[in-house]
Ligand binder design. Structure first.
Ligand code: GLN
Length: 194
């Protein structure tokens, strides 16, 4: 059976693997093209987007992830969201251009280092309230036309989707929450894991 990959180069990847395990989904830490070939979806975790940029390049994964993303869903949280953006106001980050957003790194972090908020989340089938943990969180400064907003904080989007890709400014892997990950698993109808 194919699996969901979690980019395992740096950051909070083990926490995502633990959520997938709670959902009975097999996961593997992705550190090479070969690992990626075994997956039907990929999670890019939180961490440090400048460091992750270097490690993605060093491990020859930049083009591989972009190619993988054509057919397979990708879910980025925090630093992962920064990497999925089309624009980031920091030259040290080389983005993957998967979701049409402009992101300001550490925007919330400059105000408060981290915080927890109860947010209303709207996905296709349901809407629910959940606790969201923000840690030096990036802010979505601009949003392209094709981007759907699934949750906001003070009118600023913090959970967005474009096609089969999903990105969150917060960390759903750090609470007991599994609904965002479950939603991600539905994003590609033909995925056998859905
Ligand atoms: N602000 C960090 C960055 O630029 C991301 C923080 C996080 O992933 N918790 O990469």
């Amino acid at each position: 059976m194919k699996r969901v990959g979690v980019l395992g180069l740096q950051g909070a990847y083990a926490k995502h693997a633990a959520v997938l395990q709670r959902l009975d989904i097999q996961s593997i830490d992705v550190r090479s093209r070969n690992d990626l070939d075994k997956c039907e979806g990929l999670i890019i975790p939180g961490g440090e987007s400048t460091t992750m940029t270097k490690l993605i390049e060093e491990n020859d994964l930049y083009d591989a992830i972009i190619q993988f993303a054509e057919e397979n869903p990708i879910f980025g949280t925090c630093a992962g969201m920064i990497l999925m953006a089309t624009h980031v106001e920091d030259d040290r980050v080389k983005t993957l251009n998967l979701i049409d957003i402009t992101v300001d790194r550490n925007a919330y972090g400059r105000q408060v280092d981290s915080f927890v908020n109860e947010l209303d989340v709207r996905t296709d089938g349901e809407s629910f309230t959940m606790r969201c943990v923000f840690i030096r969180a990036p802010r979505i400064a601009e949003l392209g036309d094709g981007v759907e907003v699934l949750a906001s904080i003070d009118d600023e989007p913090v959970l967005v989707r474009q096609g089969h890709h999903l990105a969150a400014a917060f960390h759903p892997e750090l609470t007991s929450e599994t609904r965002i990950h479950s939603y991600f698993l539905t994003l590609k109808r033909e995925m056998s894991i859905a």
